[in-house]
Write a protein that binds this ligand. Structure first.
Ligand code: UD1
Length: 371
């Protein structure tokens, strides 16, 4: 019987990999869960594990305190993951997406001949400033199983001549989003926002945005202009990286002057889904939120010059607006006018985890996802 190792470490990774762990457990397939500790604070990690019911972590790697740069982060994870793989000897290591966690895991596994399965393979922003783009490309080229969400991602992989086998399976984010919004009821939360209020959700955490003072200032300026023009509530769950940079650049006084802006700690997963589902518009540079807002029929404006999720643009759910305040405000005005907020979700039917586990166990999914 095959033994499957599942690697997690960041908030989005937990959301996207948990459906696979549940599928493995339901089928009684031998598995281990490894957490790299890349995200360690309660808001980014602990509560979300409870929300998705992932309480059994077999190995939790402790992040060293002085671990700051990409190299330091990747290096400690590489060494620690290898130790675990040598003890456990799984047949396949499943990694997801583009965080440093997943590159470290894929590389550790490749070197000791553990097969690598890349969940969310073939995404490309073609933006070489992004650490995530480096990671995606490298992981795809050392994986044995490439689980592409869509035809488009498969096409990118074919063009790059990857060595592994490609399967179109959809994206596990649909499995999670549908599951955790199914029985959901909107409760007024501690931000005093309820579903009757009109509000938008703002998030930004990408290194190329928030580690650049001028760009972060421009994003905040756009938010200020939108607030003054529309008097609409703006809920801003602030990521730890963004909080740090906003402080360093002394931008908190500017934010405090934006009357309708509510800055809050990162929400737990279920609360965040509720917040997004009832928002008028989502403004973000997160990849996961572009997908979630598309699945939940909420228009999204992407605060970047590109996206590795072009499917969301093609169905009319998302628009690339960059970081220029004028462009952002104009796009926001138009987004408010969208009446038909229903589009076909391009990322699948909520059975992606089943297809991936079928492939790990049987060599192929019972049926590929056609989009
Ligand atoms: C990482 C991923 C990114 C993903 C994001 C989701 C990489 C290259 N990037 O970016 O793809 O979209 O996670 O959040 O892997 N910090 C805390 N508490 C935490 C985690 C981080 O305070 O639990 C702070 C630390 O000071 C850290 C900084 O935030 O240095 C950035 O964290 P890091 O994990 O390096 O990158 P993210 O920006 O979260």
């Amino acid at each position: 019987m095959k033994k499957i190792a599942v690697l997690i470490g960041t908030r989005p990774g937990i959301i996207k990999m948990t459906p696979l762990v549940h599928e493995l457990n339901e089928r009684n397939i031998n598995n281990i869960v490894i957490h790299t500790g890349q995200h360690y604070s309660d808001t980014m990690n602990k509560q979300i594990l409870v929300d998705v019911g992932l309480e059994k972590i077999d190995y939790f790697i402790k992040r060293p305190q002085n671990c700051i740069t990409h190299a330091e982060q990747t290096a400690y994870m590489l060494v620690e993951i290898e130790k675990i793989l040598l003890i456990e000897k799984p047949d396949i290591l499943l990694v997801c997406g583009d965080a440093n966690t997943n590159f470290a895991g894929a590389l550790a596994a490749r070197k000791i001949h553990v097969k690598v399965g890349h969940v969310e393979a073939g995404l490309r922003s073609f933006d070489w400033r992004m650490p995530e783009e480096h990671n995606r490309v490298m992981i795809d080229h050392i994986s044995d199983y490439l689980f592409a969400p869509t035809e488009k991602s498969k096409a990118y992989l074919l063009k790059e001549n990857v060595k592994g086998k490609i399967f179109i399976v959809g994206n596990t984010i649909v499995d999670s989003t549908l599951k955790y919004t199914k029985n959901y009821r909107f409760t007024k939360n501690n931000n005093n926002i309820d579903k009757k209020s009109d509000y938008i959700v703002l998030t930004t955490h990408r290194e190329e945005n928030v580690d650049n003072q001028a760009i972060l200032f421009n994003i905040y300026k756009a938010i200020k202009n939108i607030s003054e023009k529309h008097k609409i509530n703006i809920v801003f769950p602030i990521h730890p990286r963004t909080k740090k940079r906003t402080d360093e650049y002394n931008l908190f006084p500017m934010l405090k002057n934006i009357k309708t802006l509510k800055i809050i700690k990162p929400l737990n997963y279920i609360q965040m889904l509720q917040l997004v589902k009832n928002a008028k518009v989502v403004m973000t540079d997160s990849g996961g939120l572009q997908e979630e807002s598309c699945i939940l029929d909420v228009p999204c404006l992407t605060l970047r010059d590109n996206t590795e999720r072009p499917e969301t643009i093609e169905v009319g759910a998302n628009k690339i607006v960059g970081t220029n305040p004028k462009t952002i405000v104009e796009a926001f005005d138009l987004a408010l006018l969208i009446n038909d907020k229903h589009w076909v979700n391009p990322f699948g039917d909520g059975h992606t985890s089943k297809r991936i586990i079928d492939t790990c166990v049987l060599g192929k999914p019972e049926n590929e996802f056609i989009n």
